[in-house]
Design a protein around this ligand. Structure first.
Ligand code: AMP
Ligand code: MG
Length: 352
């Protein structure tokens, strides 16, 4: 298997498959894609593909630009490691309750956006959920290392952590360029938004460079820049939550947009035969149970990422109302029994 085939295979495993130019009998003329795989962003595998028929040097130049952007955001958003020469979210969490921390203006811009989304989603997507997420993360890690010792958090422990979730605990001083968590027990976790936000910055860079016919798959978050050279879209598959490694629940035909899924099969652990996944409902402090997965299609990959998590934690009715409020947001909900529910605009994108 050459590297490109390997990339496509892994792409399938990640759950969202773009079926690329050259696959369809109906293609009048197709340009062979060129692409690259990356393993160093957001602890996951990412791919950059061009269908533009660009000369190799142009692809190299643009993929180097994307790489620079994603590497920078990966470092700024990392809550597990610090890097020399920058203060990142790991630094901010470590210094919670202490002095204000000078940070890159990019981090301030991101945190302001996260604050806006916290309000718009009625707190369902909350990057200040870190203290609660850490508890679930520790239990998941322990269960992975020693499944026989798998255990659930105590409700009391979760309730104590939930006293440190309010966005007002994050002080942002734009003028001084500093941020500070005022509560030593508060913590930031941007798992729900960071990858999509950084992907959007990379997409904006490509647009500024006049690039089209590019597909970014950043750890399963898809952002398509422009159309195929023939003006068409890409067939993009949404995993079947019941058989995430083997089959697809839907195939969408999309171009010039983002496609992000939050699913209960992505990261989980089991206790007494029941699975506990990684998306935590801020209202219950337990894994959200409304859906098996929620897929968002909207042009801005950051918004798609935020809404995939938020709508995963909401009822169908509340999620639909929120999507309509934003406008230009299409949703595919997959229920536990496999039933698909979708917005009208999503229906138009379904190919099966
Ligand atoms: P996603 O796969 O985009 O839905 O993001 C899930 C990740 O976001 C989890 O692994 C946590 O790090 C974090 N997270 C889980 N639940 C929430 C929530 N309700 N609000 C914000 N972040 C969350
Ligand atoms: Mg998300």
């Amino acid at each position: 298997m050459n590297w490109l085939k390997k990339g496509l295979f892994l792409f399938c495993l990640l759950g969202l498959l773009a079926s690329f130019a050259g696959c369809s009998q109906n293609e009048v003329k197709s340009t062979e894609p060129i692409g690259k795989a990356y393993f160093n962003w957001f602890d996951t595998v990412s791919y950059v593909y061009s269908y533009a028929g660009d000369p190799a040097e142009r692809f190299e130049e643009l993929s180097a630009g994307i790489s620079g952007i994603l590497t920078e955001y990966h470092r700024l958003f990392d809550i597990y490691h610090e890097y020399s020469g920058i203060n990142n979210l790991c630094t901010v969490n470590r210094l919670a309750g202490g002095e204000p921390v000078p940070v890159d203006p990019k981090l301030i811009e991101f945190l302001r956006y996260a604050e806006e989304l916290y309000g718009q989603t009625d707190g369902e997507m909350n990057i200040l959920l870190g203290s609660v997420l850490k508890i679930w993360h520790d239990h998941r890690t322990q269960a992975t290392e020693d499944p026989a010792a798998a255990s659930l958090p105590e409700q009391e422990t979760l309730l104590e952590a939930a006293r440190h979730l309010d966005f007002s605990l994050l002080e942002i001083d734009e003028e001084k360029g500093t941020i500070r968590l005022t509560d030593p027990d508060a913590a930031i976790d941007v798992g729900a938004l960071g990858k999509g936000y950084a992907t959007e910055k990379a997409a904006q860079y490509l647009e500024e460079q006049g690039a089209g016919g590019y597909v970014l798959n950043i750890g399963g978050n898809i952002r398509i820049i422009g159309h195929k050279p023939d003006g068409g879209g890409w067939r993009t598959a949404v995993k079947d939550p019941e058989d995430p490694e083997g089959s697809y629940a839907a195939i969408l035909d999309i171009a010039d947009t983002a496609c992000v899924t939050s699913g209960n099969y992505e990261r989980f652990f089991a206790v007494k035969g029941k699975q506990y996944h990684h998306i935590i409902d801020p209202d219950t402090l337990w894994p959200a149970e409304q859906f098996a997965s929620v897929t968002i299609i909207t042009r801005d990959s950051g918004l798609a990422d935020a809404l995939s998590t938020a709508l995963f934690c909401m009822s169908y009715e509340d999620g639909l109302a929120l999507a309509q409020q934003f406008g230009g947001v299409e949703v595919l909900w997959i229920e536990h029994d496999g039933t698909l529910r979708y917005t009208d605009g999503m229906e138009a994108l379904l190919t099966n």
